[in-house]
Design a protein around this ligand. Sequence first.
Ligand SMILES: Cc1cc2nc3c(=O)[nH]c(=O)nc-3n(C[C@H](O)[C@H](O)[C@H](O)COP(=O)(O)OP(=O)(O)OC[C@H]3O[C@@H](n4cnc5c(N)ncnc54)[C@H](O)[C@@H]3O)c2cc1C
Length: 393
Amino acid sequence: MAASRSIIISGAGIAGLTAALALSKRGYRIEIHERAERIETAGAGIQLSPNALRVFDKLNVLDAVKRVAMSPDGVRILSAGSARQIRTVPLGASAIERHGIGYLTIHRSELSQALLSACNEDPDITLHTASAVSDAVNHPNGISAMVTSATRVNTHRGAMMIFADGIHSAGRAEAFAMPGAVHSGFEAWRGMIPADALPPGFDLENTQLIWGRGAHAVLYPVRKGRYLNAVICIRSRDRSLRLPRKGDFGELLDSLRRWHPSLRQLFELVREWPVWPLLEMPQKGPWHHGRMALIGDAAHGMLPFAAQGAAMGIEDAEVLAAMVERHGTSEAALAAWEALRRKRVRKVVALARQNGRIYHMGWPFSMARNLVLAISSPRNLAERQAWIYDWKP
Ligand SMILES: Cc1cc2nc3c(=O)[nH]c(=O)nc-3n(C[C@H](O)[C@H](O)[C@H](O)COP(=O)(O)OP(=O)(O)OC[C@H]3O[C@@H](n4cnc5c(N)ncnc54)[C@H](O)[C@@H]3O)c2cc1C
């Protein structure tokens, strides 16, 4: 295949693997370089909304994802202090009826595996592990990437370079010379509870979103209901960017001291709490430069409070491939892609921040919030997300 049809991707995360599939489908040959020795993802879950699932459908990976995913009936919003339900927002069958496609929860390693299997089956995609891209430069007709594997540094040439190398992107720092992620002031405690350890009658049919002052938790089933994934987002006492660190449960309990005892007891069932700093990418600066692009968290890492970070990377990948199909591996393709993505991503970043303010309200604002919610119809609450979920590739 001619060099003009060869594209290099740095990073085999959700965005990088999706971009490889989307570009290969358009007739390009893809070389993915992944720094890690093996594609392993943190032991945590992820929610996949209809906008992301439509891309997977188009790339023929939706069935593989569905086979291992769960489809919660809805989101039950609970108050942290009383553990009482404030409202339920319907998902499941209702999401299928409204959006023509569901809303799924899945363990990250199972999602990676589904994407990776599709890449492995594709003769036009080659994945190199233990292979880190440290920098890249533009040429009149393409790019050169500096790739380090074992002890060797090689230069690889391609028609286009896509940095999907995550929140600590080397591409962003070196090839784009742009500032990296900053601490949001929040951190996420992530744990897994085996389903057989849960109290009798525990609701595994719904996602549970628990709102407390300055903190919230999200609980949902993964691994076909064998585990409950728990994420607790609290204000961070530590501003280090490069964790995860090992969480001290006593510290967590102290932060959740006003939470209902039944919730605190539930969290006792988690054996290990890795703690992740929640980082945000500065919004200024381009996402493309010549024939190089930043996608996913490398471009717009955001707070996870709208559960849309990965979904935006998945959308980036599909739109970028569509623009390359239309304009070839040119700067014009990337300029058109960025123009299509900027406004939507900015709106989602703002929504994630706004959700944080709503979830974390203290009394008396929380009382007013709960009242408004209690008189809103579940359908209207679901419609609040429609502009995100209605997106089509
Ligand atoms: C607590 C929490 C909950 C979340 N929940 C959701 C959710 O429910 N739904 C949702 O859509 N999003 C969610 N997100 C966001 C989502 O996890 C991220 O947006 C997404 O994983 C980013 O994918 P990515 O492919 O851009 O980057 P990454 O997943 O970080 O992948 C980057 C890859 O690049 C590799 N790499 C790094 N440097 C190099 C290099 N120099 N050379 C080669 N390879 C390199 C890394 O090893 C990695 O494999 C959540 C985030 C957090 C923190």
